[in-house]
Each structure stands twice: as C-alpha cells, then as structure tokens.
Write a protein that binds this ligand. Structure first.
Ligand SMILES: C[S@@+](CC[C@H](N)C(=O)[O-])C[C@H]1O[C@@H](n2cnc3c(N)ncnc32)[C@H](O)[C@@H]1O
Length: 192
C-alpha cells in the first residue's frame, strides 16, 4: 500500500474516533496502563499519594492501593494549584497545557517522588534550565518507562522523579548556537 494511502486511512480513523467519542473520554488513561505505571512506584505504607488531576473517571486514584491518598480535579472543584498540604508523591496524567506548571508545584509539595505520564512534547519541556530547577528541588529523573497507547498517538513516557541522586541525565546551560568570531578569526562560544 502506498505510504500516503496508509497515512490517509490513519487520519480518517483518528477523525472518526474524535467524532464518535467525547473528547474527555479520549484523554482518559486506559486502566491497564495506569496499573502498569503504578506498579513501577515503590510507595511505603504510610505515604500520602496525590493524583493531581484525577478526572471524573478517577482511574489513577482508584488504583492507588494505599490508605493515605488524595486527589485534585478542577471539574470537581479541587484545584491542584490551591492544594495546601505536603504529600509524599504527586502522580497521574496531568493536562498537557499545564504540565510544567503542575510539575513545578509537585516538586514544591512532594517529599519523595513525582511521577507523570506524558507525550514526547512533555519530554521536550525538560530544558536544561528546568532540569537545573528540578535538581535544585532535590529531584532526579530516576526512571522513564516507554509505553504504547495507540488510541492516542503512539508512544508515551511515564517519567519518575525521586530524591535518589544519579547523573544519568546530563545537561549544559550554554547556548551552543551562540558563537562569535575572535580577533584571530576563530569561533568561540559567548557565555550567557
Ligand atoms: C489528561 S486528563 C487525565 C484524567 C485522568 N487522570 C486520567 O488519567 O484518565 C487531566 C485532568 O486534569 C484536570 N485538571 C486540569 N486542570 C486542573 C487543575 N488546575 N487542578 C486539578 N485538575 C485539573 C482536567 O479536568 C482533567 O480531568
């Protein structure tokens, strides 16, 4: 089958799906995927775990097998940005639009870990400056589980941050495109 035809069929399928299912259902995380992601987290018995944007389906919240759990959901009148308590973990599938803002708040209120499911655009938000910020809050990317969800757009990433230091991820704050010529006609990197 010609490449373009395949693409056309895929677009048609996505459109059909979007037209037949309510948008909100489309964004809900499949329960088996939630269970897999949660299985990667080592909660301790007394930990307080917060689902930052539970959705009306509460699929993450309902699968957290621990006594001290809580949730936020704007549509149920619980705005994460107004959450006042400290917790041990912030977890879930945050809305893409507020992903970084929610991560920032999560690093403020979590004692042990932050674990969010995100698309590649989410990964792309880890600029060196933000990674530096995350480190300044005492968190490190500890694990990234790569998962498929073909009802969405393919590959997704469950990113787990904990306070266990590691130097697996490295970054530089320099802008390597920012070069100048010196008096000898050689390029050098101008510092920020
Ligand atoms: C991608 S959906 C995920 C829903 C559900 N957790 C799931 O995985 O199926 C993100 C959810 O975050 C909610 N949300 C958006 N802004 C929020 C906020 N400021 N506080 C709490 N929840 C919020 C949305 O209403 C939506 O239900």
């Amino acid at each position: 089958m010609a490449k373009q035809n395949k693409k056309g069929i895929k677009s048609k399928m996505i459109l059909e799906r979007a037209n037949t299912k309510p948008d909100v259902e489309f964004h809900y995380t499949p329960e088996e995927l939630v269970k897999y992601c949660l299985s990667l987290l080592n909660f301790e018995k007394e930990d307080v775990v917060l689902d930052v944007g539970a959705g009306k389906n509460m699929v993450w919240y309902n699968n957290i097998k621990i006594a001290k759990k809580d949730f936020c959901e704007i549509e149920l009148g619980k705005d994460f940005f107004e959450y006042k308590e400290d917790v041990d973990w912030c977890i879930g599938n945050p809305p893409f639009k507020f992903l970084w803002k929610m991560m920032e708040k999560s690093f403020e209120i979590s004692n042990k870990g932050v674990a969010f499911l995100m698309a590649i655009d989410g990964i792309n938000r880890f600029t060196p400056k933000r990674l530096e910020y995350i480190k300044s809050k005492g968190f490190y990317i500890n694990k990234i589980a790569i998962v498929n969800c073909k009802k969405w757009f393919g590959r997704y990433f469950f990113v787990i941050f904990t306070k266990k230091p590691n130097n697996f991820f490295e970054w530089s704050l320099l802008n390597y495109g920012d070069t100048k010529l010196n008096s000898e006609g050689k390029f050098f990197l101008s510092q920020p």
